[in-house]
Design a protein around this ligand. Structure first.
Ligand SMILES: Cc1cc2nc3c(=O)[nH]c(=O)nc-3n(C[C@H](O)[C@H](O)[C@H](O)COP(=O)(O)OP(=O)(O)OC[C@H]3O[C@@H](n4cnc5c(N)ncnc54)[C@H](O)[C@@H]3O)c2cc1C
Length: 663
């Protein structure tokens, strides 16, 4: 291509430099926010590339989630949360819901901090507050357990993970440090040798060298995509997504293969690896993922670590520091009223409080000492009771002197100086526009819309006896390509009929959790379709697949099948965050941006935490943990919300490592 500019001021170079500058500014901002002038190490993800022989899913190696649970809510399973945690918290919630307000702590309705959500981000916030002497907080959790997208259950003699299953990386990973500190990992786990075989639909196995060759080429293509994030060059014209870029490289690569049969086989392997990538990234197709932003995710070195006692065991050390009465489970939050005067003027009475936004519903009242109403909703008077409850809540909201008032589904109303909102991106997408009163600023709504919160589900199959060759740990399924409707058009949305006939072709492999337990991953629209199916049907389909690809009609039927349903769950509405084409890290920053009730306020009224608010570790547990801690630190730091110093005690390697400049 010929360009009319001089080499130094080339229009294309200018664009590239602008982008580079933006990236370095972003890195600087991140450094200032997280480390008080310290530099966050930029870890090269090349270091953790594994050969096919030893490969495993790198980021979200992923797992499962709800499958055979009748309600579709995997947490309804009695084993879905550690009894010692769940039972305790459940009891406190039940007490509150029954209107018991006399027990110490139970009648309290006003707090310094309310934390919405008891996933990793919420628990990390609470833990950081408690460790620093602030116990005037309340966690409101919608589910009947803590942990959110961390949930381990027993399946046979095995612990299985319905949500997060790996600690991604060792160096600088606070989850690894926490696990080490509490004896949850005794030695550094080096992944066992992993023998992968790949088979075609007619049951033929692909020679290992071919698999290795394609895997290595694929990893190179992926790394090239990641490089666009910080490098100075542009992708080819009209290539905007990771999927498009990889497919272009695949095409060029395959042009060098003469034999059509060999070419076809290699293409099937690339397709399979791309399906696997959708599970790692959290999307339907890699065509949805922004090419320039892929490298914004920072991979920590050290591989993937499994907690033998289940990922949920990491919740206990966090919960142990929290007063029991500070967590209410089964208490979904309905609305967060936030734009209020920061505090009453000296000498003014409650009724003088002026809302920044007019929330007046016409029910003005001086009944300001009454801060909560809980009305029984059973019997003939349910509608009346609900009406009364709404009126009471409105009165409390109207008369409250607090910065923020939080309304729950059960009618309870709580007041706080600050709220830390850790609702998952999927929930914000669904309810974001109505959940906040007044509504969230437009820039936030747009950013919530533009990021992806894809679906990734797991299918666990438990058998009476082992049947897969003892040396094989994973079988990759090389499905023939299926058009989605319009001839050859990859972009066509799969319709209901197509999904019915083809959903299972998105399962890219089955891997061994143990000799009698297999795990399959599935993503996107196909996963969402799978969530609608009875688990017997899923089990039958998986048996057919295994019989076909192993060319073995005697593959047994599983005795139990557990499938997750992350999309269907009202408290998640998906699996994890990814950066869609057209979106960027800036959207994550926008969502993370705290809300102030007035320009004079020294500390925000509403802060946001959760994996979707961490610009480099989105989609991970450690991202959620760090974001929760940062939000809590804003409250703890005296009057300087922009300068956050992460406190470093000697056991906290992640804070320490963040102080070292590796560049
Ligand atoms: C299948 C799968 C595999 C994964 N694998 C890994 C992995 O290997 N490694 C890794 O690091 N990460 C993994 N992740 C991602 C990881 O689980 C999440 O990033 C992390 O747990 C998110 O924590 P969070 O606190 O941000 O959100 P959540 O854990 O979702 O917590 C949010 C909380 O808010 C609650 N809530 C929702 N709505 C309301 C409401 N209206 N009122 C009150 N409470 C509400 C929810 O019930 C939940 O408890 C995986 C996720 C999935 C789904």
């Amino acid at each position: 291509m010929v360009c009319c500019c001089s080499p130094d001021s080339c229009c294309q170079n200018r664009w590239k430099w602008k982008r580079w500058l933006q990236k370095s500014q972003k890195t600087r901002k991140y450094t200032e926010n997280r480390g008080n002038g310290r530099v966050i190490p930029l870890v090269s993800s090349y270091d953790s590339v594994q050969s096919v022989e030893g490969y495993y899913l790198s980021r979200s190696g992923v797992e499962n989630c709800s499958a055979g649970f009748p309600t579709g809510e995997n947490f309804s399973h009695p084993a879905a949360f550690p009894r010692s945690l769940g039972a305790e918290w459940k009891m406190s919630a039940t007490t509150i819901a029954a209107g018991e307000t006399t027990t110490t702590g139970m009648g309290k309705r006003r707090y310094q901090v309310i934390i919405v959500g008891a996933g990793m981000a919420g628990l990390s916030s609470a833990n950081h507050l408690a460790k620093n002497g602030c116990t005037d907080f309340l966690i409101l959790e919608g589910r009947n357990r803590v942990g959110g997208r961390i949930v381990s259950i027993d399946m046979g003699s095995q612990k299985i993970e319905l949500g997060a299953n790996w600690i991604h990386g060792v160096l600088g990973n606070p989850m690894f440090e926490l696990a080490m500190q509490h004896g949850l990992i005794s030695i550094i786990n080096i992944p066992k040798p992993h023998k992968v075989v790949a088979a075609t639909e007619d049951g033929k196995q692909v020679p290992f060298q071919v698999l290795q060759e394609i895997y290595e080429a694929y990893v190179c293509f992926l790394r090239r995509c990641e490089e666009y994030f910080l490098c100075q060059y542009l992708p080819p014209p009209d290539i905007h997504s990771v999927g498009e870029h990889i497919n272009l490289e695949v095409e060029l690569y395959l042009n060098g293969v003469e034999c059509e049969k060999e070419k076809h086989l290699r293409k099937l392997i690339f397709d399979c690896l791309l399906k696997r990538e959708t599970c790692i990234t959290g999307c339907h197709s890699m065509d949805e993922i922004d090419l320039l932003e892929l490298g914004s995710y920072t991979e920590l070195q050290g591989g993937n670590i499994v907690l033998p006692s289940g990922y949920s065991s990491i919740l206990k050390p966090l919960c142990d520091n929290l007063p029991k009465e500070n967590i209410l489970v089964s208490c979904p939050v309905r609305r967060i009223h936030w734009k209020r005067k920061a505090a009453l003027r000296a000498g003014a009475s409650a009724s003088d409080t002026i809302l920044e936004e007019d929330e007046d519903d016409g029910n003005a009242s001086d009944d300001s000492d009454r801060t909560v109403t809980e009305v029984p909703t059973s019997g003939d008077n349910a509608a009346q009771a609900e009406q009364k409850q709404t009126e009471e809540a409105a009165r409390v909201i109207k008369n409250s002197t607090a910065n923020v008032v939080v309304e729950c589904d059960n009618g309870a109303v709580y007041e706080a100086d600050h709220v830390i909102c850790t609702l998952p991106l999927g929930v914000l997408k669904e309810h974001g526009e109505t959940l906040f009163v007044p509504a969230l600023p437009q820039y936030k709504i747009e950013s919530i819309d533009s990021l992806l919160f894809g679906t990734v589900d797991k299918i666990f199959l438990e058998y009476d006896r082992p049947f897969l060759n003892a040396t094989i740990s994973e079988i990759m399924l090389l499905w023939e390509h299926e058009d989605k409707g319009e001839e050859g058009d990859e972009q066509v949305e799969p319709d209901e009929q197509w999904l019915k006939e083809n959903w299972y072709k998105k399962i890219y492999s089955f891997s061994k959790v143990s000799d009698t337990l297999l795990l399959g991953w599935i993503s996107g629209r196909e996963a969402e379709y799978m969530e609608t199916l009875p688990y017997e049907l899923v089990a039958e389909r998986c048996t057919d697949i295994l019989r076909q690809f192993l060319k073995d009609p005697f593959v047994p039927k599983p005795k139990r099948c557990v499938c997750t349903s992350w999309r269907k769950q009202p408290f998640s509405r998906g699996s994890y965050t990814a950066i869609a084409v057209g979106a960027s890290q800036d959207d994550i920053d926008n969502i993370a941006q705290p809300l102030y009730s007035s320009p004079h306020q020294s500390k925000p009224s509403v802060m946001f935490a959760g994996e979707h608010t961490h610009a480099n570790f989105y989609s991970t547990v450690h991202g959620a943990y760090l974001s929760g801690r940062t939000a809590a630190q804003i409250i703890l730091t005296p009057d300087s919300p922009q300068e956050i110093v992460m406190e470093s005690d000697s056991s906290d390697l992640s804070s320490w490592i963040q102080g070292i400049a590796l560049d």
